[in-house]
Structure formats: structure tokens, C-alpha cells
Design a protein around this ligand. Structure first.
Ligand SMILES: Cc1cc2nc3c(=O)[nH]c(=O)nc-3n(C[C@H](O)[C@H](O)[C@H](O)COP(=O)(O)OP(=O)(O)OC[C@H]3O[C@@H](n4cnc5c(N)ncnc54)[C@H](O)[C@@H]3O)c2cc1C
Length: 452
């Protein structure tokens, strides 16, 4: 994708040290981290709140990184602790302190950005990048004021889709290397007025032995995987209440600070494997809502606890697991997973498994044993071609199979913190991003308390 040719003069805004595009899971943290280092930052977000997939797509809880103690970057840890203190977060008996209330996360993230002196521009869509000699000089955005240019020294692409990178001419990958297909998309929803105690008893009586720690409740069903709920799904299928697709992937969690609410990690939309196709994504919302109506009708009729429940909300943003990924200075591959790679410039560590939704199988994996993990190097955040840009979140430089492991929220947050620190460091020291030593970024993260 070539850079934008500015054919007309747009009004320009004041220049910023660091502009973060996308106030989602990783972008909010990048903004907090850069502002904490004293940089003058602007955070641009297309919705009217922060959190991205965690809030707009209602993806709760955060997954455990599967390393003893659930290690985290410092801002991530602060958010988890704060959410628990406020009653909007919880730690499961299994040690996952990443359960959270997505609605309240919006408040907490916004307060943290503002507390650090960051500026937020909501309802603003990034449109294109203006590139001069391998540097982004400004970005073109659209909001209620119209179309305008905003200039900055360093940019952080936190759009999840590597949108800024792609527009600026960074080489990108899309989907599986074999088929080009992306992972499946899901339209999440929440159901209110659920009697969680009755639900817990119902699931226990069915034979479910995991995830039942009232008020933290989990339920799941995937055809032919031996879930106790399968017999209930089968009956509803025979009765014509459900369709086969409804049970391809079904999962739900209760939500801390929202008594009587279950948040559903489904429905997974059948046959949509191009998350960058506008028409397919529109279809996914329509199809998803039909499936949600059917699933809720099923729950009320067949699952104890849901009798008097109602659909509380459908996520305003479809859940995209994977779309575009940048080609960076380092490309994480499944070899790094299988070799348990560690790096001098490692800025995150995880043992989360390869977790691909949809049709693709992925590459051969040697499962991690307890105590084993791999790291993400800072270089995976540095895109090729453009010198004043970093990429964070699910779009960092990796292969399809590897992305399915590193896409979880704690890891996205760690990439955000690393990029925010690095961007501010480059501005403070008046050096290019490529001259920033990733080992120093790791050290700064450690000094703030990251488990690295
Ligand atoms: C259905 C589903 C279930 C999942 N389950 C879990 C789970 O249980 N636990 C877990 O830890 N992880 C889970 N994940 C993974 C995880 O939630 C995501 O990978 C992660 O949140 C992505 O973070 P991100 O910062 O890269 O992107 P996002 O959080 O999506 O942030 C991108 C932000 O950029 C904004 N944006 C995009 N384009 C523009 C633009 N042009 N202009 C302005 N703003 C823009 C968006 O509005 C958004 O706020 C799941 C993901 C999905 C989709």
C-alpha cells in the first residue's frame, strides 16, 4: 500500500511527541506508559471509550499466561489490582487475577491516561499516513470536525489491524500462510438476571468439575469434545431449538461487579475467514445477532438459572482474533514457541498455548510443560521500512500459528508498555527508534516491576 498523496490542504493540529492510534488493549497501555515517561502524547480512538477488544468486543476475562504467578507488566498489574480493589475485578481460585468487568475497565483506562497527562481524541478514525522518506510526518484522521492532519514525532500503531503500518507501506501478512484465511470472528454478548447459584448447581449436576467457584462461573461446549453440556445441546438440536453451528464453539463467564451477568465468548460466525472484508464483517453482525437470539432462547428453555434472563447487550465491535500482522525486524515463529526462545530484548513472556479458532490447523507444536515459556523480543514491535513507528498488540510481527498464542490481553498489554517506554525514550534522548536498545527497554520495564 503506497502512502497517501495529500491533494488538498487539511487543517493541522499541534505536533505531539507520541501519537498512539487505537485506544484498545495495547494502545491504552502504550499511551499510559509514554505519558508516564513525560512524553506529550495523543491517543486516537474511533469509539467513545477505551479498551478496544476488551471492552467494545466484551472479551472478558483476560487469559492466564500459564506461568506460575501469572506474571505481568507493571501497568497491567496496576490495572488488575485496581479493578479488584474497586470490586470490578477478581482472582480465580486457579490464580487468574485477570477477571474483569468490561464496562468499568473503560473508566479505569481513561482515568489512568488522563492522570499521566495524556490527551485523548475520541470518535476519531485514522484514515491514512503521510510518509516522507520512510518517516510518518503526520496522519490523516476524520471526526466531527471533518478531515484533518495531525503531526507527531513517533507513532504507535495499536489498531489491531496494523492499519497505520499498512497505509504507511510496511509489508504485512494476512491470515494463514497456507490459505490466507484469518481465524474465525465472534460476536460476543452479555445476558443479565441469571441465577448464578442455580446455574452452578445445574452444571455440577451435569458432571462439570471445573470453573464452578461462585460467583466466578464458567461454562463451555464444543461438539464431540466430551463437555457435560453436550447432551443438553443435543436435545435442543433434536427439538429444532438450536442449529449445529450454534454449538461449534460455546463458552461463557460470569463478570465481577455485575451480579447475575454471564458474558458469552460466542457465537463464532461460520464461514467468515476474512476479517478485513467489510461485507463479510457486516454479514457477521447480522448472522451473529440471529445466532444470539437462538442461543438465548435455548438458554432460557434448557439451562437452569436463565429462566428470567434477558439479553443485556451485544458487543458493539465484532471480535477479531487476527487480521493483519506486520513484517518486523524480528518475526516470531513457531520455532520460538518450540525452542522456548528467550531474548536479551525480551519485553514479555508467556506460556499461553497455540489457540486457533476456525478452519486452519496451524503448525506442529511441542506443548509447553510447567515452568517453560518463551519471550517476545522488542524487535517484533519494530516494522520494516518506516523509522518512526512501533506496532503493539495482536498485529506485531509473527506468523499465523504463533500469533494465536501471543494475542491474549496480558501479552498485548506488555507490548503496549514496552512501545510507550521506547517511544518516549527516543524522544527524550533525541534518537531514532531504531537506535533504541531493546535491552534498555527491558531494564526500564523491570525497574517498574515487570516480571521479566
Ligand atoms: C472473540 C475473542 C475472544 C478472545 N478471548 C480472549 C480471552 O478470553 N482472554 C484474553 O486475554 N484474550 C482473548 N482474546 C484476544 C484479545 O482480546 C485480543 O487479541 C486483544 O484484546 C487485542 O488487543 P489489541 O490492542 O491488539 O487490539 P484492540 O483491543 O482491538 O484495539 C484496537 C483499537 O484500535 C481502534 N481502532 C482500530 N482501527 C482504528 C482506526 N482506523 N482509527 C481509530 N481507531 C481505530 C479500535 O477501536 C480499538 O480500540 C480474544 C479475542 C477475541 C476476538
Amino acid at each position: 500500500m503506497s502512502s497517501y498523496i495529500v491533494t488538498r490542504e487539511y487543517p493541522r493540529r499541534e505536533e505531539y511527541d507520541v501519537i498512539v492510534v487505537g485506544g484498545g488493549t495495547a494502545g491504552s497501555i502504550a499511551a499510559i506508559a509514554a505519558a508516564r515517561e513525560g512524553a506529550k502524547i495523543l491517543l486516537i480512538e474511533k469509539y467513545g471509550f477505551l479498551g478496544g477488544t476488551a471492552t467494545a468486543s466484551q472479551v472478558t476475562p483476560m487469559m492466564h499466561v500459564k506461568i506460575e504467578g501469572n506474571p505481568a507488566s507493571s501497568i497491567d498489574r496496576k490495572i488488575r489490582k485496581h479493578m479488584i480493589e474497586l470490586g470490578f475485578g477478581a482472582k480465580s481460585p486457579g490464580g487468574n487475577d485477570g477477571w474483569f468487568n468490561p464496562e468499568m475497565l473503560k473508566f479505569v483506562l481513561e482515568e489512568m491516561v488522563l492522570e499521566q497527562g495524556g490527551e485523548i481524541l475520541y470518535d476519531t478514525q485514522f484514515v491514512d499516513a503521510i510518509v516522507l522518506e520512510n518517516e510518518i510526518s503526520g496522519i490523516i484522521v476524520h471526526n466531527r470536525e471533518g478531515t484533518k492532519v495531525i503531526e507527531g514525532k513517533i507513532f504507535i500503531d495499536a489498531t489491531g489491524d496494523a492499519e497505520v503500518s499498512y497505509r504507511a507501506g510496511v509489508p504485512c501478512f494476512v491470515g494463514s500462510e497456507k490459505s490466507g484465511k484469518n481465524q474465525a470472528v465472534s460476536l460476543r454478548f452479555m445476558v443479565g438476571n441469571v441465577d448464578l447459584k442455580r446455574l452452578e448447581t445445574f452444571l455440577k449436576d451435569l458432571g462439570q468439575e471445573w470453573g464452578l467457584n461462585y460467583p466466578l462461573i464458567e461454562m463451555a461446549m464444543i461438539w464431540n469434545k466430551g463437555f457435560p453440556l453436550e447432551k443438553v445441546f443435543k436435545k435442543a438440536l433434536e427439538d429444532g431449538v438450536l442449529e449445529y453451528d450454534d454449538g461449534r464453539y460455546f463458552q461463557a463467564f460470569s463478570v465481577p461487579g455485575m451480579p447475575g451477568v454471564m458474558s458469552f465468548n460466542c457465537p463464532e460466525i461460520p464461514d467468515v475467514y476474512n476479517s478485513l472484508d467489510g461485507a463479510k464483517i457486516s454479514y457477521s453482525y447480522i448472522k451473529g445477532r440471529k445466532m444470539i437470539k437462538r442461543l438465548h432462547n435455548f438458554l432460557r428453555k434448557y439451562v437452569a438459572g436463565f429462566e428470567d434472563s434477558f439479553i443485556l447487550s451485544v458487543a458493539p465491535m465484532i471480535g477479531i482474533r487476527e487480521s493483519r500482522r506486520i513484517k518486523g525486524e524480528y518475526i516470531l515463529t513457531i520455532e520460538d514457541y518450540n525452542n522456548r526462545s528467550k531474548f536479551d530484548d525480551g519485553i514479555a513472556k508467556t506460556a499461553y498455548p497455540v489457540d486457533i479458532h476456525g478452519e486452519e490447523e496451524g503448525e506442529e507444536v511441542i506443548p509447553l510443560r510447567p515452568g517453560e515459556y518463551f519471550e517476545i523480543p522488542f524487535r517484533a514491535l519494530i516494522p520494516q521500512n518506516i523509522h518512526n513507528l512501533l506496532v503493539v498488540g495482536r498485529a506485531i510481527s509473527s506468523t499465523f500459528t504463533m500469533q494465536s498464542s501471543i494475542r491474549i490481553q496480558p501479552t498485548c498489554r506488555a507490548t503496549g508498555e514496552a512501545a510507550g517506554i521506547a517511544a518516549a525514550y527516543a524522544v527524550k534522548n533525541n534518537i531514532g527508534l531504531r537506535d533504541v536498545d531493546g535491552k534498555i527497554i527491558r531494564e526500564i520495564m523491570r525497574n517498574y516491576g515487570a516480571d521479566l
